[in-house]
Design a protein around this ligand. Sequence first.
Ligand code: SF4
Length: 221
Amino acid sequence: MERDLRHLFDTVIERYWSSIDLGEFAVLRARGDPFSVLVAVVLSQNTSDVNAARAYESLVRRVGRPVRPEALLEIGVEGIAEAVRISGMQRIKARTIVGLARSVSVRELEELDPLELRSRLLSVPGVGYKTADVFLLMYRRYPVFPIDTHIRRVLTRYGVARPGEDYEAVRRTVEALLPRDPDYLLKAHLSLIEHGRTVCKARRPRCSECPVSDGCAKAFS
Ligand code: SF4
């Protein structure tokens, strides 16, 4: 399995990484400021990168750059929801962002022990494992592998994850077989998402064009 998983990740990095436009990611635009990154990660839930980036820029126009918890609390759920409407699920996201603004400071995002911070973030309603892990990987450069919908689908078809398997179990399986190198994990994360979006699609995966079909369980089923 280790060889197969490295084959999968090394191949998708080679295929997609150089063509990924990092400027499209709201999370990466917000780089350099922890609270801004965290807000951008929340805005990225269940929407396209383009709309997440637009929502982030709209919020910045409203509260200024960098995004600060105090400024968010000042405009509240209504103000945030209005500013980030283009990303969809705006009221849910606004409530999550207000919850984060009340629960964690900029300094704690910078300095708390990563696993302690993960627990703190997960205690905020609306923050799931993926959101916490994307923040830890992208901002804290902590070697964790976030699993999103595309990644879960590819890993399940490939034969690494079982259908419906718990997030933490999938994450641990992947992390046990990959280098604890945040740069590698970030490239692997974004490249596998790209593979899921463009080739291993939810409906009608394009297996005949797939660069990893030689190791994929579904391709042999
Ligand atoms: S062979 Fe098909 S199912 Fe397997 S990873 Fe490639 S596109 Fe997905």
